[in-house]
Ligand binder design. Sequence first.
Ligand code: ADP
Length: 248
Amino acid sequence: MPAKAQEKQKLIDKEGKRIDGRNPDELRPIKIEVGVLSNADGSAYIEQGKCKILAGVYGPRETHPKHLALPDRALLQCRYHMAPFSVEERKSPAPSRREIELSKVIREALEPAVFLEYYPRTSIDLFIEVLQADGGTRGAAITMASLALADAGIPMKDLVVACAAGKVEGKLVLDLSDAEDKLGEADLPVAYMPTIDAVTLLQMDGNLTLEEFEQTVNMALNGCKQIYKIQKEALKAKYVALKEVAEE
Ligand code: ADP
């Protein structure tokens, strides 16, 4: 869409509905599947609105390159990558600065949940492939990657769940889409371990007043709590399916 037409696009209509028909505090539809790759030790797939993201976990296994191995714990290595066809204009397959940063941010959001000290000198390798992007991919990737780690049988303190909230045309909104992220005033992704009540990531892009900041964080945490239920159901669903196969 030409830049001028985008500027005129209303993101919130007179009834307070967003461009995709959602209410301000409504999540995009979420579908999660666990154990989708048979070659990986653990895997998961998420659809959150138009975002489609897949992850494979390998390990704990020997660290490559060897000199990166840590004497007292496992090394969590994370690669976030967007497929060249994941956005409207072809994205270069080479890792961009944004992808390198997001790989680090996602790793740091997941690390506090994993008992890395159980597996010294090994590596746990997490590969995240964004097949289709439409805003909030870091959050959806964290939610789904923590399930892929659990699916690999890696002991964790809690699942990590993530969600963004932000401000669009003066209104606070949950789970921003790409257009809302780009044209809105602020985007604030949060990652959270609900059982421990601990935040593992908090970023903010844009401007909010202190009061808005607190409201936006609470909105994002509420979103996380809703997604946590879907996350747990997705993990259970894999074992229900396996039980049914075993009983047949
Ligand atoms: P997040 O996906 O976590 O919100 P960003 O705020 O960096 O991360 O990106 C917002 C959105 O911008 C992405 O979800 C994606 O839809 C879009 N985007 C990112 N990189 C590109 C790119 N190279 N080309 C087109 N769109 C992109």
